[in-house]
Design a protein around this ligand. Structure first.
Ligand code: GRF
Length: 186
């Protein structure tokens, strides 16, 4: 099993889908650590519920926080990091020093709509489709190799809120599938 750390900043619905995935028979991942930059992130309740160790570090001093995380993941021999709604941008130094894969889930059909407020921009531009993407984290924001993508249709009645809900639902299925694909293709 691949020792995995999940990084969050908020609600943690993707975290929950990954915990469920990790509990399945013959699962490829073992979630050994949850990292949050917010001490009140709701997702941390899942850590408690499933008895997964946590590391909370504020990123007020990014270098300090990243060093702290690197130390911990090195000690725990973590081999994979999955960002799941983690709202901080990891430094090039961190990516380089970790030396192992970092994955992220983004609520758009990358390379379209990198960055924040994706659904708002998608609706404003009257797109016919949107979706979610799981990709490798590289030095450039939301630009690493795409592992898996899922597309959904936007209907006339959709708005930012309905799209957000629909995309989140597909994210919960997509992230586990992407991890499975990534780890079996290594
Ligand atoms: C998701 O939409 C994810 O794609 C984005 O942030 C959101 C996190 O939601 N990066 P949650 O915390 O997993 O519920």
């Amino acid at each position: 099993m691949v020792k995995t750390a999940i990084f969050i900043s908020g609600r943690g619905s993707n975290l929950l889908s990954l915990i469920k995935f990790s509990k399945k028979k013959n699962s490829l991942i073992n979630i050994c650590l949850i990292v949050s930059n917010k001490k009140n992130a709701a997702g941390l309740n899942y850590a408690k519920k499933f008895k997964i160790p946590i590391l909370v570090t504020s990123f007020v001093n990014k270098n300090f926080s990243e060093m702290k995380i690197l130390k911990k993941i090195d000690f725990l021999k973590i081999d994979l990091i999955c960002l799941a709604g983690f709202m901080k941008i990891l430094s090039h130094k961190f990516i380089k020093n970790f030396r192992k894969p970092i994955l992220n889930i983004h609520p758009s059909l990358l390379p379209k709509y990198k960055g924040l407020n994706t659904h708002k921009r998608v609706i404003k531009n009257k797109e016919k489709f949107t979706g979610a993407t799981v990709h490798m984290v590289s030095k450039k924001l939301d630009s690493g190799k795409i592992i898996l993508q899922k597309k959904i249709h936007i209907s006339k009645n959709d708005n930012e809120k309905t799209i957000k809900k629909k995309v989140l639902l597909i994210e919960h299925k997509l992230y586990p599938r992407a991890i499975q694909k990534f780890l079996t293709n290594l």
